[in-house]
Design a protein around this ligand. Sequence first.
Ligand code: HAM
Length: 426
Amino acid sequence: MKRVLPGFRDFYPDSCAIRNHLFQNFRRVTAAFGFEEFDGPILEPLDLFVEKSGEEIVSQLFNFSDRGGRAVALRPELTPTLARMVAARAATLKRPIRWCNVGEHFRYERPQKGRLRSFWQMNADLLGEGDVTADAEIIALLVSVFRQIGLGADDFVVRISDRRLWKDFLEKFGLPGEQVPSILGIIDKLGRDTLQESKKKLEELCPSRGSDLFAAVNDLRQCRTLEDIQNAIGSQNSSRLGDWERLSQLLDDLRLTPFVQIDLGIVRGLAYYSGFVFEAFERSGQSRALAGGGRYDDLLEKLHKTSLPACGFAIGDVTLGLLLEEKNLIPIYNSAPHVFVIFSEETQKMALSLCQDLRARGISLRYDLKRESSFSRQLKEAGRSGAVFALFVGPDEVVSGKFTLKNLASGDTRVLTFGELLSTLG
Ligand code: HAM
């Protein structure tokens, strides 16, 4: 038997129902926040990601040459595509731009719990507003999606950090700007690499000051409160501290304090982030990130010479699906029809015409496709289907123009006109 590729999934109806449950909730919340849905191509020019996503994602690309010799890649994330699309119409789009998407993405990672090679992301981005009000709004949206699907403050936490603060901190330490991304890459992996490995990498990057740098980085990583940040950066960066205070106040006003935590240990693996960044985790911190995002004010400028501040996030379907399963938050999927229609060969014409009328009104129904079945076999089939009602269209019904509707659970039977039938089933 042929197998699905490693890291890819077949979605049987029950898995599709879970996926749709996530998507519906995401769409409900983004609509409540006034976001519009957009989409881009799944296949993109390779250089879109090589230039912008950063080393880690580039090493995970599904890329190849197409028949025309173009270097292309399956999209590993949506942000560079979004940046291109917005930049192309920046002059005419009403700001702030609030766009969202639900789509498939591909990364050639080692498949493991919570990490696959094909996964769905729900992206939401707010462009054209550089104030922290936009960062707070986007974090509020993320928290609302989790709450909408039934997760509470005991289940997840959004850990917030600051790439700008890290960059300033490293530059003040005397490191040249071009070294900062590599150092942030090492800090990003501090949770996964051993301390020894990280220390060695930092020493390789700045040979004479590796140990000092390691100690300083470790201090900043431990910051969990505004006071910790103030102590770590001193008075050097008071305007940034002001931004932190405003963000914290906004999150409090939005009643989000129970769902967020300052954690400067988060730096994010993607190269384009330039300000506040965040990742959401299961509260115990056991699993991989449920979502990640942040501010990327320079990306549009770098890609398309259009200056536009931006922030956003993406939630992955894999880790979130696992968490919902663990918390028993997946609703029971009901594929049963509402009505099962029972009829004979002589009444087929009227019955099928009635079926079309009912379906056109959105009433879900089925009937036995084996047309030689007796009424009693069809009734058995109706019970097996899980339908709420059985609707009889026999010779008597054809003569009287009335229909017999039986509630299969209670056994209650009523004879109804077409109008009464519609109001009972509708
Ligand atoms: P990211 O952190 O690379 O951010 O991915 C966001 C989420 O996608 C992760 O937290 C995770 O849930 C899911 N994810 C990523 N890779 C995989 C994988 N191999 N298997 C399963 N799930 C995965 C971004 O992609 C940014 N573009 C988000 C963003 C939007 N930033 C601003 N706007």
